[in-house]
Design a protein around this ligand. Structure first.
Ligand code: BG6
Length: 479
């Protein structure tokens, strides 16, 4: 197990989750600023108005990064800080803020990795155009990206287009648990297609403007296992991997959707418009790397089609059409049924812990798409306890150690991994779980009800990661 000498030992964050200053220096509101106002949508109605106030603490935080020896910091730009209305006039103060952050990182030998979209669409674009359901957003996204490419293209080498498109389209348009608070499967697929086009157009624009840079999307990947070796369960896992993973990755890398899923959506009347121009756009844009966010995968068994059929009494002869009329019946019902994995333990927030799944994921993604991989997120959300001014987060050290060992093994297997950005550097706001679900190496003293004084305190894991970076991974413990 050997990490390359230029391996990017990093950490990651997102604007809404750390910055705060939600309406300062000309910033416009984002859809998350609005959505978090709806009672009951986030835990204890938490929001990112102050977050952990990276906006005012960035120098202090970057100093800590430098002390740790961090080689890369992934952060996102808030579109409405650059363009308060999402389009039109540029807010110079917004650009200045990110320039200061980038310069400070570079001064400290930390490679900035810039995410262009981590879910905080300008609210004005939602109101005026209906957000990602409108093709107008493709050009507007590219215009916004161009501003950043032109301004920072010489300073920033690594760029991420969209963070976890799979997550924000599903939660936003299907499950109404993210903005724009919609629950309509058909609309989700339509919006998702438009985001795919925006992703492709942004990549093409980047390649013209920043020929020496590298760009790719960050995808939330989880390998799906069959519950048993029964061929029906294995088929269900093949289906689930296509539906959960290939559905996005094939588009990013090959410019086309998996046929099996397209056919199913058509039968269910959940299909969406793909013009011949769209296909051309998707085919011409190629990412330079794939960003992979890894937390866990899934396990499935064969679906029980009879159960699906009996859910509604009309149109029993054609379950696909029935599904089109019934939002409770989903494409998954025909493909797989999710179950618990009896071999895996869970975090205190109920997420399966599966380090070997990480190695599998990296191997699968690389074998299939032949692109270098930048791990743009991996980490443990936990309730940390501040006791006598200290945080003993040995559980986080164990989690990260075991995952990094598998990254090392995947590298030895031949996967080109550019770097590893732990989620996260400081504690930050969890979109739906408030401030108690902590991920950072650095504790931030605040809770759901009060931003207190936002004091930064290094956790035990801070010193551990510092050692790992310094030894270029040689201090990892192979158990
Ligand atoms: C990823 C996101 O989905 O997971 C992050 O890109 C997010 O923004 C992270 O915070 C952890 O999720 P959660 O729900 O535990 O905050």
């Amino acid at each position: 197990m050997e990490f390359p000498n230029n391996f990017l030992w990093g950490a990651a964050s997102a604007a809404y989750q750390v910055e705060g200053a939600y309406n300062e220096d000309g910033k416009g509101l984002s859809i998350w600023d609005e959505f978090s106002q709806i009672k009951g949508k986030t835990k204890n109605n938490t929001n990112g108005k102050i977050a952990v106030d990276f906006y005012h603490h960035y120098q202090e935080d970057i100093k800590l990064m430098s002390e740790m020896g961090l080689k890369a910091y992934r952060f996102s730009v808030s579109w409405s800080r650059i363009l308060p209305d999402g389009e039109g006039k540029v807010n110079q103060a917004g650009l200045d803020f990110y320039e200061k952050v980038i310069d400070e990182l570079i001064k400290n030998n930390i490679e900035p990795v810039v995410t262009l979209y981590h879910w905080d669409l300008p609210e004005k674009l939602q109101e005026k155009y209906g957000g990602w359901e409108n093709r107008k957003l493709i050009d507007l996204f590219v215009d916004y990206c161009r501003i950043l490419f032109e301004k920072f293209g010489t300073k920033v080498k690594y760029w991420v287009t969209f963070n976890e498109q799979n997550v924000f389209t599903s939660l936003g348009y299907r499950w109404a648990s993210h903005p724009p608070n919609v629950s309509d499967t058909k609309r989700m697929f339509q919006a998702n297609h438009i985001v795919n086009l925006a992703n492709a157009q942004a990549i093409s624009a980047f390649h013209k403007l920043v020929p020496n840079g590298k760009i790719g999307p960050s995808f939330g990947y989880g390998e799906v296992y069959p519950l048993t070796s029964s061929p029906a369960d294995v088929l269900a896992a093949v289906n689930a991997n296509q539906f959960n993973n290939d559905w996005w990755l094939d588009v990013y890398c090959y410019g086309r959707y998996p046929e099996r899923i397209l056919r199913l959506l058509k039968k269910m009347k959940l299909d969406f418009e793909i013009t011949s121009e769209d296909s051309k756009v998707l085919k011409t844009a190629k990412p330079d790397f794939l960003g992979i966010n890894y937390y866990h995968g899934g396990t499935v068994k064969a679906p029980n089609i009879d159960k699906v059929r009996s859910q509604k009494d009309f149109n029993k002869t054609d379950p696909y059409l029935m599904a089109a009329d019934n939002q409770d019946t989903s494409p998954e019902s025909y493909l797989f049924e999710s179950v618990e994995n009896p071999y895996l333990e869970k975090t205190s927030f109920g997420w399966e812990i599966d380090p070997i799944g990480f190695r599998i994921a990296l191997r699968q993604v690389y074998e299939k798409y032949q692109l270098p991989i930048l791990i743009t997120e991996n980490g443990l959300g936990a309730f940390d306890k501040l006791e006598n001014g200290k945080i003993d987060d040995q559980y986080r050290i164990d989690y990260l150690n075991d995952h990094l060992v598998q990254v090392g093994k995947a590298i030895s297997d031949g996967v080109p991994v550019l770097g590893f950005c732990a989620w996260s550097f400081t504690d930050l706001l969890s979109w739906l779980n408030g401030y108690d679900k902590r991920y950072g190496f650095v504790y931030v003293d605040r809770d759901d009800y009060s931003s207190k004084d936002l004091t930064r305190i290094k956790k035990k894991s801070f010193y551990w990661y510092q050692k790992i970076i310094e030894s270029n991974g040689r201090k990892l413990e192979v158990k």
